[in-house]
Design a protein around this ligand. Structure first.
Ligand SMILES: Cc1cc2nc3c(=O)[nH]c(=O)nc-3n(C[C@H](O)[C@H](O)[C@H](O)COP(=O)(O)O)c2cc1C
Length: 179
């Protein structure tokens, strides 16, 4: 069995990528080999990696279509290695929506795909009004208003809990010892 970790991200504004880079650095520090890929550039054989991690962000209630396609196209290979999946969204900034049992997007994703990742996690993402095109800005402000979040900030607000990211890295590296 391979002992190289594969990390794949589906990220639009870069926060999921940043989380994956932190995981990459975490494994590096532990002298564990890992490789990082944008989902669009992943051209390797899944069997080269064990475990394989996939992280994806939410936009308007959904993970990117490429994530569903990736799972659909690779389900047989995914079932043969240890796998981890995490979702990044802003709903997860709320205490009562930030676990695998309570985050609606993660729950929905697991219902929609045949994949049963061995490890799951949810991370809160980043809110950056200034970087959004006007229509997106209006929509996100509306969503934030409805969910009692910040509706006005010139500076980006990063809700990601980096300790939680490190703990996820640790859980993943522990699966290597178990192999
Ligand atoms: C256009 C847009 C739509 C979004 N829709 C949702 C949403 O429906 N639910 C949610 O919890 N977060 C939503 N978010 C927040 C993103 O999931 C969050 O900003 C995350 O950090 C983005 O990750 P990425 O930079 O890897 O793409 C949205 C963000 C944008 C810009």
């Amino acid at each position: 069995m391979s002992q190289k970790i594969g990390i794949i991200y589906s990220s639009i504004d870069g926060q999921t990528k940043k989380i994956c880079e932190k995981l990459h650095a975490f494994f590096n520090n532990q002298q564990i080999k890992s490789e990082l890929y944008a989902i669009d550039n992943f051209n390797r054989d899944i069997s080269e990696f064990n475990p394989l991690i996939l992280g994806a962000s939410i936009r308007y209630g959904k993970h990117n279509k490429r994530v569903y396609d990736f799972v659909q196209n690779n389900i047989t290979s995914l079932n043969k290695v240890t796998t981890a999946f995490f979702s990044v969204n802003l709903v997860a900034r709320k205490e009562d929506k930030n676990s695998t049992a309570t985050n609606p997007y993660l729950i929905k994703f697991l219902k929609q795909t045949p994949w049963k990742p061995d490890l799951l996690e949810v991370f809160a993402g980043k809110l950056d009004y200034k970087s959004y095109p006007i229509l997106d800005r209006i929509m996100i402000k509306l969503i934030m208003k409805l969910t009692h979040g910040p509706t006005n900030s010139d500076l980006p607000i990063e809700f990601t809990n980096w300790n939680k990211v490190n703990n996820f890295g640790l859980r993943i590296s522990n699966t290597l010892k178990a192999q």
